[in-house]
Each structure stands twice: as structure tokens, then as C-alpha cells.
Design a protein around this ligand. Structure first.
Ligand SMILES: [Zn+2]
Length: 340
């Protein structure tokens, strides 16, 4: 099969990789209908994360089941399926509590590398959710978004306790932040403040339900949030970047008693204990348990209530993956969909 590998920062290539096989009886192999490039793929691309040559890339996926192991009971060959970037058994105590991303058997799909024609999915019954039937072609981007960015934005909004009567601020205008706006709107938030300096992203944020835009960042951005909230700060803040600046911006934008939902993969973030102590807020986040939300999100997409696929503003054949990485790195694209 063809698949994307990264050799070193800034160097990805589509190469022949061995076809994945059933390795354990609970595996499935899927043929990808679409895959994509994640904001987190830019950490190794930019050299922030180490690259072990040649590293298969990609952890988002939708597709059709081609093979199942002998112990796979609920997922069938021919099903159109979506799974999260963490495979999970969905049966252990952690999964049952809704934290499938930290399942005792959690397996990072990035190891398989789903920017490819085929992918092996471990624990298929626990990991995969089948759609009611083959999807209309125009639903594909939205279903793919559910695999990570929508599920992650949704978890962030839930972790931030977004809901009726709440003012929600969103730090980060990448695909996850924008879908955090969509999630806050669906969860009934009264006011949603998107923090973004880019006109195209501001427009999409408003389309997804943002009521206010704040262009400033850092402490100036915090001051703007305070001005908009009677000096108190937002009830709920979504953090979708993962840097020291964005995390402190999120914490300082939150009122005492409020909630921060943080899903930007933390890079070098160190929290000052004394400030945290007196901030008196709830901090909840981590790798999103997307599997918890998949059935609900698929339903909302299937019924055409939400259209999260709008975050894909560039579509390329898988063979042109390198062009997609460049476009996202240079912020010419919010998110790139790849067609195998
Ligand atoms: Zn589990």
C-alpha cells in the first residue's frame, strides 16, 4: 500500500509500505476513504518532537472494513467505520468511566500511521463505531472530523463545562479550537468568544456559533476577555494550542470557580503553583476520549445538524501529502484532507 512517512523535520514522503495484516484476533483492517493531517503532526514537522526515521504518519481515519479477526463480534466486513486516534477496549473501568483515551489497553493509532490506503485497527469492537449505512459523499469530511478534531473540540467544551447561561472563551483558532466553538454552541452556551487574528478563521468561528471575536493574545487578550465579562473572566475556557502562553491565557481568562478544558498537546508548559492556587478554578483536559462522544457526534452529522467538515479547506490526493504539510505549516490551510 501507499502511505506517508516522515524522514526528518520538514521531510515527508509517500512510499510503499507493507499492507497491514490481522495480528491479533480482535483486530480489523480498514480501507481508508479519507484521512487528514493533524495540527499535532506539525510538532515533528517543525522539529519540536523527535522523528525516528522513517516514521509512519497519521492517526485520523474513516473507511470500510476489509478484514476482521476471529474474535471481532460487532464490526463486520463492509461496515463504514470511524475510530479515534486511541484504540481502546471500551470495556475496562477507565473506558466505562468515559476516558477511553487512557484505556488500560490504549493504543496510539499514530503507530500504525493512517495517512495510508489501509490501516490495522486493534480492539476493533471497542474502537470502531459503524455508521447506519454507507455515507453520502458530502458527509465524508464531517465524519472524518469526528475521528479527532471534532471529538477533541467537543471534549474540551465538555471539560470546560460549557452550557446554557455560560460565557465560553476559546484560545486557539486551529481546527480543534474552531470545533470547540461549534461544540460550545451545541451544548447551549450563551456567549462564545473566539480568540483569533486571522480573518478566514474568524469567519468560520462565527459560522460555527461565535458571538464575539478577540484578536489580542497573551495578557492583552486576557484583558479583553475581562472587559467583555464585567471584569470577571469567562465561565468556561477551551485551550487548544498547548504552549505556555496559551495555557496561561486560558487560566487567566477564567473566572474563579470556572473551568478550563485543555486539549492542546502540552509542550513545555509549567504552571505556577501560587497563581494556580489563587485562581481557584477547575482544570480538566488531556488527550480527548473521542470514543465517548463518537455515537452522538455521528448522529449529529448523519442528521445534518452540524457540519464540522468545513474545517477542511484544502483537499489533496494522498500522493501530494507533502504539499498539505507545507500548507498547514504556513497556515495557508486550516486542515488538509487526503484522499487515498
Ligand atoms: Zn479500556
Amino acid at each position: 500500500m501507499r502511505g506517508v512517512v516522515m524522514h526528518s523535520p520538514g521531510d515527508v514522503e509517500v512510499v510503499d509500505r507493507p499492507d497491514p495484516k490481522i495480528l491479533t484476533p480482535t483486530d480489523a483492517v480498514i480501507r481508508l476513504s479519507a484521512t487528514c493531517i493533524c495540527g499535532s503532526d506539525l510538532w515533528p514537522w517543525r522539529g519540536t518532537d523527535q522523528v525516528t526515521d522513517p516514521c509512519p504518519m497519521g492517526h485520523e481515519y474513516v473507511g470500510v472494513v476489509e478484514q476482521t479477526g476471529d474474535d471481532v463480534a460487532t464490526i463486520k466486513v463492509g461496515d463504514f467505520v470511524i475510530g479515534s486516534f486511541f484504540a481502546s477496549d471500551n470495556t475496562c473501568e477507565i473506558c466505562q468511566a468515559g476516558y477511553q483515551s487512557r484505556c488500560v489497553h490504549a493504543y496510539l493509532m499514530g503507530i500504525e500511521g493512517t495517512q495510508a490506503e489501509l490501516a490495522r485497527v486493534p480492539m476493533a469492537d471497542g474502537t470502531l463505531v459503524a455508521t447506519p449505512g454507507p455515507p453520502d459523499a458530502d458527509l465524508l469530511p464531517s465524519l472524518l472530523a469526528a475521528s479527532d478534531v471534532l471529538g477533541t473540540g467537543w471534549f474540551a467544551a465538555v471539560a470546560a463545562d460549557a452550557g446554557p447561561g455560560k460565557t465560553v472563551a476559546v484560545v486557539g483558532d486551529g481546527a480543534v479550537g474552531l470545533l470547540g466553538v461549534l461544540a460550545a454552541k451545541q451544548l447551549g452556551a450563551e456567549r462564545i468568544i473566539a480568540m483569533s487574528r486571522h480573518e478566514d478563521r474568524q469567519k468560520l468561528a462565527i459560522d460555527f456559533g461565535a458571538t464575539d471575536i478577540v484578536e489580542e493574545r497573551g495578557d492583552t487578550g486576557v484583558d479583553r476577555i475581562k472587559e467583555l465579562t464585567g471584569g470577571l473572566g469567562a465561565h468556561s475556557v477551551v485551550e487548544a494550542v498547548g504552549t505556555q502562553e496559551s495555557m496561561m491565557q486560558a487560566i487567566r481568562s477564567t473566572r474563579p470557580g470556572g473551568h478550563v478544558g485543555y486539549v492542546g498537546v502540552s509542550h513545555g508548559v509549567e504552571l505556577p503553583g501560587e497563581e494556580l492556587f489563587f485562581a481557584e478554578l477547575h482544570l480538566h483536559g488531556g488527550p480527548a476520549p473521542v470514543r465517548r462522544f463518537l455515537p452522538q457526534l455521528i448522529d449529529l452529522i448523519w442528521n445534518r445538524t452540524i457540519d464540522p467538515g468545513k474545517v477542511f479547506d484544502l483537499e489533496l490526493p494522498l500522493e501530494h501529502a507533502a504539499e498539505g504539510y507545507e500548507a498547514m505549516d504556513e497556515r495557508r490551510a486550516i486542515k488538509v484532507l487526503l484522499r487515498p
